[in-house]
Design a protein around this ligand. Structure first.
Ligand code: C2E
Ligand code: MG
Ligand code: MG
Length: 337
């Protein structure tokens, strides 16, 4: 048994409730900093609570005032170089601040419960694109993936939200995917599994995002109904230089074949990385080298207009660069002698 302790000084005139609130904030901080410790409520904690409260209020208004934007990042079929679809990524166009990235507000949205509304908006906006693509006769078969928070999956009513988005837009659910980050699935695997079965019963595909970064990646594949794994970009970025990471990539490709899962390589930034994942047999790829996330209409131009890369050219370029690197190594060795 271990304990986390939060403490605060009692000032004269303090309301009992506010003393308890401060101690509670301190104990929450103790847990966040790794548990089994004592935290005092101090000015810094006070400021961070105020900052979070301000951000939450602003985000609440942002959702109501239509300040959210849906960016799309194309995903390529690595066998052909052709676009296979895109991932929807939320942005906040905050007046007076500029473009705010999800890592700066998704945690607040999750803590405050605003995530439900935010993701309902993303789901509906994504479904609207899917329906419109069919209407204008473009991007046939293109899939669109929406990120869903673990809290939405476990505590929300994801099935109803999906049904609403599909009904409101007339989108084909077979072209929709949801991405879940594994670290958030741990909370309640049984519930997650039930909801995900309902999601798949509607034809919507399920992807595990940032695969390999959590503690239980394999357990999820065993226990949850999943169609796609997205290999975290940390493995891709060092697959060409680190034996361990390249082995992970190869292993996940094998796993995908055995379990009939699609594998997506995330975060492809260089020609070498792209050539590596092509050679390894990864089926889909995403990354700045192929296309950056852009406002939906800009990304659509790329998605509708042919290949994102030329497979033969990439492999040839990588070979050429590879041999040059080898020559340099040989020269250095001679230099040493
Ligand atoms: P993610 O789902 O893993 O999305 C991929 C992130 O990697 C995106 O960051 C994308 O811009 C970035 N990325 C793509 N290619 C490359 C590359 O080649 N190199 C590097 N260094 N980065 C690359 P972004 O848009 O900042 O999103 C960060 C995270 O925020 C996402 O990670 C996702 O977990 C979360 N997120 C975004 N939108 C939503 C949403 O609507 N709901 C929830 N719950 N989370 C969201
Ligand atoms: Mg994602
Ligand atoms: Mg990811």
């Amino acid at each position: 048994v271990s304990a986390s302790v939060g403490a605060t000084m009692v000032e004269s005139g303090d309301e009992p409730l506010s003393v308890i609130e401060r101690a509670d904030a301190a104990v929450y901080q103790a847990k966040r900093r790794g548990r089994r410790r004592v935290e005092m409520f101090d000015k810094e904690l006070q400021r961070s609570i105020e900052h979070d409260a301000e951000l939450e209020l602003a985000l609440r208004q942002a959702i109501q005032h239509g300040e959210l934007r849906m960016y799309l990042q194309p995903i390529a079929d690595l066998n052909t170089g052709l676009p296979a679809g895109a991932e929807a990524l939320v942005r906040w166009e905050r007046p007076g601040v500029g473009l705010v990235f999800p890592n700066d507000f998704i945690p607040i949205a999750e803590r405050s419960g605003l995530i439900f509304e935010l993701e309902r908006w993303m789901l509906e906006t994504a479904c609207r694109r899917i329906a419109e693509w069919r209407l204008v006769g473009q991007g046939e078969g293109m899939r669109l993936a929406v990120n869903i928070s673990g809290r939405h999956l476990i505590e929300g009513d994801l099935i109803a939200d999906l049904d609403d988005a599909i009904a409101a837009t007339g989108a084909d659910p077979n072209l929709l995917e949801i991405e879940l980050t594994e670290s958030q699935l741990l909370d309640d695997v049984a519930r997650a599994s039930t909801v995900l079965s309902g999601v798949r019963a509607r034809g919507v595909k399920v992807a595990i995002d940032d695969f390999g970064t959590g503690y239980s990646s394999m357990t999820y594949l065993q226990k949850l109904p999943v169609d796609i794994v997205k290999l975290d970009r940390s493995f891709i970025s060092s697959a060409t230089t680190n034996d361990f990471d390249s082995t992970i990539v190869d292993t996940v490709v094998k796993l995908g074949r055995t379990l009939d899962l699609e594998v997506v390589a995330e975060g492809i930034e260089t020609v070498e990385q792209l050539a590596y994942v092509i050679d390894a047999g990864v089926s889909l790829g995403q990354g700045f080298l192929l296309a950056r996330p852009t406002p939906a209409h800009e990304a659509e131009a790329a998605i509708f207009n042919g290949p994102l890369f030329d497979r033969d050219e990439i492999l040839a370029q990588a070979r050429e660069r590879g041999s040059r690197t080898n020559e340099r190594v040989v020269a250095a060795q001679f230099g040493l002698m």
